[in-house]
Write a protein that binds this ligand. Sequence first.
Ligand code: NAP
Length: 340
Amino acid sequence: MGLRLKRPSRVPRGEEYDLVIVGAGPAGLSAAIYAARFLLKTIVVTVDVGGQLNLTDWVDDYPGMGKVRASDLVASFKSHAEMFGVKIVDGVKVTDIQEEDGDWLRVKGTRGLDLRSRAVILAVGSERRKLGVPGEKEFAGRGVSYCSVCDAPFFKGKDAVAVVGGGDAAFEGAILLSGYVKKVYLIHRRRGFRAKPFYVEELKSKPNVEFVLDSVVKEIRGDDSVKSVVVVNKVTGEEREIKVDGVFIEIGFQPPKEWYQKLGLETDDAGYLKVDEWMRTNKPGIFAAGDATTLWKGFRQVVTAAAMGAVAAYSAYNYLVEKGLYKPRSRAPAEASAKS
Ligand code: NAP
């Protein structure tokens, strides 16, 4: 099979939009679909299409879809937005958003991105949290992974791996890994889990999984690649070195707090963007949706992200109407022909 290289998107410079959506996970793509339905001239600028769905294998709780591959769900969100004429620019990171005279926002990014928009929706998700222990950085990509779903197959036939965390991602990853390796250690800092009960039940039923609870990772050791992980029991103080070929760190996400603050956007202490019930940030014309926000923080789901995206687009539309900036565009050809 030949290797097909993806052609990079053309990066817009000097163009003007009603709405720029930053991020193309479920929140950003849902916002794009709704914005297009409000006939806003919309562009999505993103580092990658899919967001956290790229780190998941299957989705079985998105209404109407049954059990679907996450990659298929992403493809269908994307083609839905494109059907309505939304442009998606992939492989670009937005670095700056500044107010300009005349109710414009100037949006700049990597690869020379420079455009003006009347409104912006930030749907940028969140970055992976790090353990911050010796060995983590040194062995990243040499046994240390932050995505079980992406990297599990590379460990096929290995003796043992550790998965760190007690949420859905750690459990989903450990279940998957238990099919690839001889032994999986689930290391978690307390005895209770955030993961959904059915994940917990399923992992407990696996004969090759050992739970290492009330325990934290002190160090990751190895030579060319990971060879062991040192854990400390927080209750007894006991230290244990466990031989593993890999360490999967699945301990959640950390928002880019400093960047938000540089843009003048208010966050909570953890760095999530403060929004009201209409997904408005403290800055007029800037909205936010999905995992980047403070909303429904304990329940991050595809359906909740998509809901936030839809509300943010509605809110952006209302903002433009109230400001007298709304100039409806013509419908995309696919939509126009579907209506006629
Ligand atoms: P999460 O739900 O925030 O869980 C993170 C886990 O890591 C928690 O158990 C937490 O412990 C632990 N942790 C955090 N910081 C730590 C540290 N410094 N050292 C050791 N442990 C630490 O994150 P997630 O599992 O990545 O999931 C993120 C979101 O995506 C969630 O809303 C989740 O429901 C969703 N998701 C859903 C699916 C699915 O439904 N198929 C799959 C993956 C993710 P504590 O519990 O003690 O705080």
